[in-house]
Design a protein around this ligand. Structure first.
Ligand code: FAD
Length: 418
């Protein structure tokens, strides 16, 4: 089978989509499993190196999901070099950091002038759907500059063979390549092949309510207006074991909420991206917080309110097997407390393109994958650990400062300059 003919239709409503593609043959034939943030960035970067790239995505992208994601300087810098200018699709700079106690006492207020000597690129707050659309267009658009990849939607991968570099799709078709990249996210199927056993993510002990409200709605209410005055303001209210994070996205028109609380206190069990949640339950969990911020979260639209279980996973000892390598959440799923999930997937993708120039020889694939792992593993695992620390509960006299690790994460010289 080929990318054009395979793939099942999940609901029969839409043809199995093949978007993009071109005739030129150069470099390796690279099969990417998953067209999320990491898979699409890898496709763009590897295609620029001259490789032929086929991407297999299980969903139809009929209604791509997601709220806001951080594009910290490390990620924004890489995207810019790939020709993706996130300001063009409404990502706004993070300009101010304000912190409060749960009861509403302001403890910190920092103006973030940027780019500055630490951050060489702007720290942007993007909408995941807009970011995803821009990456998909850059990866697959035949009208775009340079080469483009072929994306097969409704093409769920059920197995991969790392020795022969073949991918097997749900409909039984197999596709042969030279190299496979497992970019299939937190519930990866390719991870098992690399590890030789099932490594499953587990609950980190925390869940998060996620929703967006219009900034205008917050401004109109005199009680909540003060939280929506400044542009680019990220505010955090810290309780001992729960917190509230709010920041604007989409040209400052939307406020994105991440309400992190003990997992046991909200409906248990869900680890999908699209599970609804109860507004009453959320308000109960934040009883005792500053009434003004409770008034703010009570504006959540019930339809759009989601509850996500925040997942963590054991650290893998290897991301590579034969001609298969993992990237992004498949290799290192992140808790969200450092806003680096997308950023680290983007760094993985950029590294793969550096390690695989267009004139690479097939015999070098295994050695170059080892090099990829050597470059990336320590840093990704370090940030994974920082994210755990930043998300841990406040203890008497100890402040888990979310900004404490940002120089390493966001402005790391080697990553900004490479
Ligand atoms: P992802 O971006 O999760 O992409 C993985 C992709 O692989 C998905 O498109 C998935 O459909 C596909 N896939 C999985 N299994 C298979 C298979 N067997 N065959 C073919 N394709 C497969 N993070 C936030 O911080 N905020 C958000 O609002 C947010 N919303 C999200 C919404 C969705 C629908 C998804 C999938 C992820 C979301 N994330 C969000 C997570 C965030 O995108 C990732 O944590 C981060 O960007 C790392 O990207 P990734 O490419 O590794 O994984």
């Amino acid at each position: 089978g080929t990318a054009q003919t395979n793939g099942t239709q999940t609901d029969g409503a839409q043809e199995n989509g093949v978007i993009g593609g071109d005739e030129e043959k150069k470099g390796l034939k690279i099969l990417i499993v998953g067209a999320g943030i990491g898979g699409l960035t890898a496709a763009i970067a590897l295609r620029k190196q001259g490789h032929e790239v086929l991407i297999f995505e299980q969903s139809q992208f009929a209604s791509e999901l997601g709220a806001a994601v951080h594009l910290a300087p490390n990620a924004n810098g890489i995207l810019k070099r790939l020709g993706i200018h996130a300001e063009d699709f409404g990502s706004n700079p993070m300009e101010v950091l304000t912190e409060y106690t749960a009861e509403g006492t302001r403890t910190r207020h920092i103006n973030l002038v940027q780019p500055n000597e630490i951050w060489q690129h702007t720290w942007l707050l993007a909408h995941r759907v807009h970011l995803h659309n821009a990456l998909k267009k850059a990866a697959t658009d035949p009208e775009g500059e340079g080469l483009f990849a072929k994306l097969s939607t409704s093409s769920r991968v059920v197995n991969v063979d790392p020795d022969n570099a073949t991918v097997t799709l749900e409909n039984g078709n197999t596709v042969q390549g030279d190299l496979i990249l497992g970019a299939d996210g937190v519930h990866s199927v390719t991870r098992k092949v690399v590890a030789g056993r099932d490594i499953k993510p587990y609950g980190s002990g925390k869940s998060a309510f996620r929703f967006l409200i219009s900034r205008e709605a917050a401004q109109e209410d005199p009680i909540t207006a003060k939280f929506a005055q400044a542009t680019g303001e990220l505010s955090i209210w810290y309780g001992a074991d729960r917190r509230l994070v709010v920041y604007p996205t989409t040209n400052n028109q939307l406020l994105n909420f991440v309400c992190i609380h003990p997992e046991a206190e909200s409906e248990a069990g869900s680890d999908t991206w699209n599970r609804g949640a109860s507004l009453e339950q959320m308000l109960k969990i934040y009883e005792g917080f500053d009434p003004a911020v409770v008034a703010l979260i009570s504006k959540a639209d019930r339809e759009s309110l989601k509850a996500w279980k925040l997942l963590d996973m054991e650290v893998m000892s290897s991301w590579v097997k034969g001609k298969l390598a993992l990237l992004g959440d498949a290799a290192h799923p992140f808790t969200p407390h450092q806003g680096q999930g997308a950023g680290q997937a983007i760094e993985d993708a950029a590294t793969l393109a550096v390690v695989f120039p267009g004139d690479v020889k097939k015999e070098e694939i295994t050695a170059r994958l080892e090099l990829y792992q050597k470059i990336r593993m320590e840093r990704a695992h370090q940030i994974q650990e920082y994210s755990r620390i930043a998300g841990s509960d406040l203890k008497e006299g100890v402040k888990n400062d979310m900004t404490q690790y940002t120089n390493y994460n966001f402005g790391h010289d080697e990553w900004d300059n490479s």
